[in-house]
Ligand binder design. Sequence first.
Ligand code: UN1
Length: 508
Amino acid sequence: MKNVLRALKIKAVNEGVSTGLESWAGNGRMLSSYSPVDGALIGKVRQATHDDYEKVITKAEEAFKVWRQVPAPKRGEIVRQMGDALRANKDNLGRLVSYEMGKSLQEGWGEVQEMIDICDFAVGLSRQLYGLSMHSERLQHRMYEQWHPLGVVGIISAFNFPVAVWSWNAMLAWVCGDVCIWKPSEKTPLSAIACQQIIQEVLRNNDVPEGVSGLIIGDRKVGEWLADDTRVPLVSATGSTRMGKAVGQAVASRLGRSLLELGGNNAIIVTENADLQIVIPAVVFGAVGTAGQRCTTTRRLILHESIYEDVKNRLVKIYSQLRIGNPLDTNNHVGPLIDTDAVRSYVSAIEKVKAEGGKILTGNEVLSGGDYESGCYVKPTIVEVSQQTPMVCHETFAPILYLIKYKTLDEAIAIQNGVPQGLSSAIFTLNIREAEQFLAAGGSDCGIANVNIGTSGAEIGGAFGGEKETGGGRESGSDAWRNYMRRQTNTINYSTQLPLAQGIKFDI
Ligand code: UN1
């Protein structure tokens, strides 16, 4: 890991990582980043004090005055260079993400690939920040709308996608002419510092002010500073529903904008007409990939009674063959949870669902000794439930899959929608009527609804996010860029008269 850190220009010193950047200041308490892979200390970082925060905001405000004047396609060119810099660093950054967060190396690289893809997407977008033009009801008048940059965008990101979700926000915000201040998860500060170094080098090469990309590391207090700050017109936050409610309320109380991407409790419906050959890998990847710590993780499997036993038996067999261990070893399927707190949540969720009548089919074990000395490895677990009890309705960030049996598709859809969250959903069927019913207005109530594809692993080109307690925000592809801009309607009178709209007469 030392070589990886060196290649990513993370200089670890006893007093905490130093970068010499003004867009990242840390003079507060020391934060240690331990790897869940083996429990080793990777590096120490100083958290931001309120003074540090003020410095970063001032830099950002100064930078915005310059950046908003740069033509959008030119901003796109700089984001293109960021994509190239990420390509050059893909191997090392993917390794650091994997080691610091605990996801598999394939997924660490996949995460950096998502960053590269969003850069490409943003470059194209930089020439397509279109507004509409309208026909004015008045003679010799022209009416159209244009989109302007918003200002400073605060980005609060979670540990499970320590770099990609930030980049979805930052790359779009940057082509839109905004500047960003990033508060990464305290659990993955080094991955954030590595990104900051990569981005700053590109900014320097282009003589762009450093404040275009600010970084503040710290606990929830830092998030509160962003949420309460009227100098930050938009706060984009990814994480738990509890965090999102706090951020959303604080931002709303000052009538700022928030973009929330919060918890999911994603289900796959498998009908009697499904191709089980593709169901099984979709469910297993969705449920145990990233050790169940994606917001899109498959947490509920709603099975038609006719195939219930078959699917259940196949899954239990495959779960017994899963290789759990060091995620940097590509032979392993499942890595660790982020920390021992997450392990405690796993244990307590299983205890509670058992008390609610759930039957454990496989798993329910915290692994110890040997390769598992970090104490963060658990066995993926399948629980059979007869109804959606409170624990089933709750998002536990761990590889716990609940099996539920259904008789009619109406019933399956009601179960699927019967939780507080509304992020991702899927149906497996070869029957077009079933698929269309699931996708129709009375079908899935989620932001993402797939047919014959699992719930996780969305492509960056679509709008990403969900309804209800998931927060309603949409990030990444489609027209999510509009979140990062302000719309201005312009009406221009080139006549010699002053006609009023709605035909109002006002003679003076
Ligand atoms: C998240 O877990 O916050 O769709 C994001 C997926 C990934 C992104 C997940 N592309 O699973």
